[in-house]
Design a protein around this ligand. Structure first.
Ligand SMILES: Cc1ncc(COP(=O)(O)O)c(C=O)c1O
Length: 406
């Protein structure tokens, strides 16, 4: 039932004009890199496990995000931690995003090496070595912004910027919840004043991402919680402005709150990541239109797996285990087979328990297509993502930041 709901979501009425984020030259380049898979190949012929993105759905997700934000008066600064793919980042920038975010300095390096500019590092870099790496990126791009949340770190950053001969743009990471950042309050203002005076730093504003609220179930509950938790941060942002500090960025929000954050006073842009792909975790949160299934965005990201064993009654073994899916909670969803319970708990093998009546009798070598439990870590397992349209491979993109976890 849950998966039929998710599949039905993919047929909803809103049809945007697709815009391509890659050139013919880029497509040709991918053919030389991976000459086994030519554009036009059916996705069902791919060796598995294969990470695929349905380009129509992904483009529609991007267009829906952009049109909603336009109405609400916010910009998008998508988080590239989800896709780690320079080609997709370029597509997001071409379709109206004001920049991209990176979580790790090595991800940002991979982006800049592959021609993606306008990066906001949303994680502070407390070590001197990483600060120097950040400033090496800043030397290559005047659009680089670095998050800080500690005075000592800001001073180190200013010194490294001086050494690199640049002025570093910074945003203060102000916590929502207890993960990262400085708690909202007077300390933020004090830090902002220090940054404002440091010779090689330029204050740009603040970040406030609430990770916990994104998957809160039910739109009304999510909205109430998101607007409550952002309130102290909005007050701090207003305080920065009142103090005459440069506060032009107030960024945060994710795919679960993209249509809520415009109600937070002063908010400028959302750092949405998963909206591109979706996953089983996000499908379960429910939205404004459907309390049970989050239908705002279509599940475009899938992993194709092959049946390796069908000999045991009520069971199938596939070639997609934890190295193909990473997380196993909730379980991967087999498209079109609501009566299959997929367990990707073992390293190399997936184990499917047949709990209902399958649509056909599966033989060894048959393929199944699955929605991943959580998109970000799954993407990080693959060198390539196959972009398909109407089930045919149109492009093969390298996951340029794959494995860049530093
Ligand atoms: C700082 C930050 N911003 C944005 C995002 C993207 O959120 P989502 O994938 O829910 O859209 C994340 C995801 O973890 C994040 O850590």
């Amino acid at each position: 039932m849950f998966l039929s709901g998710a599949a039905a979501a993919s047929a909803y009425v809103w049809i945007p004009k697709p815009v391509r984020g890659y050139t013919a030259a880029e497509m040709l380049a991918t053919i030389t890199i991976d000459n086994k898979v030519k554009p036009g190949t059916s996705k069902w012929e791919l060796d598995t496990p294969a990470l695929c993105v349905d380009l129509d759905k992904m483009e529609q997700n991007i267009a829906k995000m952009q049109s909603t934000l336009k109405v609400n008066g916010l910009a998008s600064r998508p988080h590239s931690k989800t896709h780690k793919c320079a080609a997709i980042a370029k597509y997001q920038l071409q379709t109206g995003s004001i920049g991209i975010c990176c979580a790790k300095i090595s991800e940002a390096e991979a982006m800049i090496e592959n021609g993606v500019d306008k990066i906001c590092m949303t994680t502070s870099n407390p070590s001197k070595s990483k600060i120097r790496r950040a400033m090496a990126i800043r030397k290559k791009s005047s659009n680089f912004i670095q998050a800080v949340d500690l005075e000592e770190n800001a001073r180190d950053l200013s010194a490294a910027a001086k050494e690199a001969g640049v002025v570093a743009d910074v945003v203060i990471d102000v916590a929502v919840g207890t993960r990262s950042g400085i708690p909202a309050g007077d300390d933020v203002l004090a830090l902002a004043k220090v940054i404002d005076k440091l010779p090689n730093l330029k204050l740009r504003g603040m970040l406030s991402y609430d990770g916990g609220v994104q998957h809160a179930k039910g739109f009304a509950a999510r909205k109430e919680r998101a607007l409550k938790t952002i309130q102290p941060n909005a007050e701090v942002f207003a305080g920065m402005k009142k103090a005459g500090l440069n506060a032009e960025i107030f960024s945060g929000g994710g795919s679960g709150t993209y249509n809520i954050m415009h109600q937070a006073p002063g908010f400028t842009d959302v750092q949405v990541g998963s909206y591109l792909f979706m996953d089983m975790q996000y499908l379960a949160i429910g939205g404004q239109d459907d309390a049970n299934v989050y239908t705002d965005f279509q599940p475009s990201l899938t992993v194709l797996v092959t049946v390796l064993n069908n000999r045991f009654p009520g069971l199938l073994t596939t070639d997609g285990g934890s190295k193909a899916f990473t997380l196993n909670k909730p379980n991967a969803g087999v498209i079109g087979e609501p009566g299959m319970d997929y367990n990707a708990g073992s390293d190399e093998f997936g184990s499917i328990k047949i709990t209902g009546t399958p649509s056909k009798s599966y033989k060894i070598g048959d393929k199944l297509e699955c929605i991943v439990p959580h998109c970000d870590p799954a993407v990080n397992e693959y060198d390539w993502i196959y972009g398909t349209r109407k089930d045919k491979v149109e492009v093969v993109w390298p996951i340029t930041g794959r494995g860049r976890s530093q």
